[in-house]
Design a binder for this molecule. Sequence first.
Ligand code: HEM
Length: 139
Amino acid sequence: MNALIRAHSGLRYVVLALLLAAIFTAYSNWQKGKQEDSKIYLFAFIATHTQLLIGLILYFLSPKVNFDLLGEKVFRFYSIEHVFMMIIAIVLITLGRIRSKKLTGADKHRTVLYFYAMALIIILVAIPWPFRNLGAGWF
Ligand code: HEM
C-alpha cells in the first residue's frame, strides 16, 4: 500500500512532464502541418493510464476513501473530488488519442493539443499539492 502511494505520488511528475511535452510537440507539429503521429502522444497516454490503474487499487485500499466522513475535507477530496476530476481528465486524453488517430495532418495534432491541454488543467487542479493542506507532500 505504501509503495503504491509512493509510486502514484512520484508518477505525477512523469505524467505532467509527458503531457507538457506532448502539448508542445502537438502545437509544433500542427504549425508545421506534419502528417505523422508522435510517440510522445502515446507515452503521455500510457503514463496517465498507469496512474488510473494504481489509483483504482488505492481507491479500494486507502483509509482516506470513506463515505461516512464526507463532511471532512480530506475524505471528501479523496473519496469524490480527486477520482472524479482525474477520470474526466483521463477520458479526455483517451478521446483525444482515439480521435487524433482517425485524423491526418494539422487536424490530428490540433486535436491532441486541445484534449491534452484540457486534461492537463484538470489534473493540475485535482492534484493534492502540499499548499492545499490535504495531508500530501511534494513526493
Ligand atoms: C493523472 C492522474 C492522477 C494523478 C496525477 C494523481 C496524483 C495523486 C497524488 C499526487 C496523490 C497524493 C499521494 C501522496 O499522499 O503523496 C494521490 C493520492 C491518491 N489518489 Fe491519485 N492521481 C491520479 C489519478 C487517480 C485516480 C484515477 C484515482 C482513483 C481511481 C486516484 C486515487 C487516489 C487515492 C485513493 C489517493 C490517496 C491514497 C492515500 O494516501 O491513501 N488517483 N494521487
